[in-house]
Design a protein around this ligand. Sequence first.
Ligand SMILES: Cc1cc2nc3c(=O)[nH]c(=O)nc-3n(C[C@H](O)[C@H](O)[C@H](O)COP(=O)(O)O)c2cc1C
Ligand SMILES: CC(C)CC(=O)C(=O)O
Length: 353
Amino acid sequence: MRAAAGATTTADAWNFVEGGSGGEHTMRENGLAFDRVRLLPRVAVDVAGRTARTRLLGLPVPVPLAVAPMAYQTWLHPDGEVATAAAAAAAGVPFVVSMMASRTVEDIAATGAATVMQLYWLRDRGLFRELIGRAEAAGCAALMLTVDVPLLGRRLRDMRGGLVRPATVVAANLGGAGGGAGAGRAGRSEVALHTKVLFDPSLSWADVAWVRSVTRLPLVLKGILDPDDAALAVDAGADAVVVSNHGGRQLDGAVATATALPAVVDAIAGRCEVLVDSGIRGGVDVLKALALGAAGVLVGRPLLWGLAAGGAPGVTRVFDLISEELHEAMALAGCPDVDSARRLRTSVAGGGC
Ligand SMILES: Cc1cc2nc3c(=O)[nH]c(=O)nc-3n(C[C@H](O)[C@H](O)[C@H](O)COP(=O)(O)O)c2cc1C
Ligand SMILES: CC(C)CC(=O)C(=O)O
């Protein structure tokens, strides 16, 4: 799917999707860390009637997956987020709407997908509150505040290429500011410049508590890696956290999520839901995430590959592949359900149990 996507997208769009920050060490390590996790399968467990059904973010789901918030999907396919969300609706999987989505939250919600609205901390608090109101009115099931982007990571592929969004690829929920803002020269990324104007790097735990106080929706914090931050997230009233390094797009050198997850799960101690993303590439990775203590995962780049390669049917194909792999892996690991998957023992290749 990735190869098919690469063959259809422009160099700018491909760099934007595939790129990480700096030397892309964290981006590579995300996959390697999931690869190093070893599962201890159980045997002689009746898995004939197995199910991966569970609840995520208060929503019933057939598999413990949600679509990660990802900006500017019309860059990859003309229908953009509406195509991805239509496939998510068909799969029964929640769709997280990026604040920088290129289709409106109302159009996305109209696909019938269960939606969650992702927010960045904006300098313009009026606009920030307006978006919360729109998300509530559109029927979003939760808000997801991304806390790992005081500024955009140093994305060398985008800087070297002088990345510019096409003028048609707009932040549809922010008044539709388009790309092409004259920054298209080597060493500059127009996306980084645009976000620098919008995003407020002063976010603090007091602000998180304020966000908690201005909405009745469940609040999810995305971008937690340190167990102390996980505990602070609970104190600030978070209903869920996402263990994430933003797909290796923020701090290069940050820990891989499969490595960080167990300590966060311990620190949370059941007080809120723990999700994970960054490096999930198939059903076995999902099973590993569950075994490491997550309630579920956000799937990122693989869905964009499906979108670029084949629109909504391409995204559906990716959901189907991950679901088939998960169900097969659960059977082979002796897991009739998600709770038993979360009790599997793990070890790390080269280490002890
Ligand atoms: C093209 C692209 C755009 C993204 N846009 C956003 C965004 O708008 N908001 C956000 O919180 N995370 C964003 N992310 C990060 C994803 O939500 C997720 O954390 C990351 O993709 C997980 O890594 P993986 O795709 O390698 O598994 C983006 C990621 C990609 C690849
Ligand atoms: C436009 C960006 C802020 C989207 C993002 O979070 C990302 O590219 O990782």
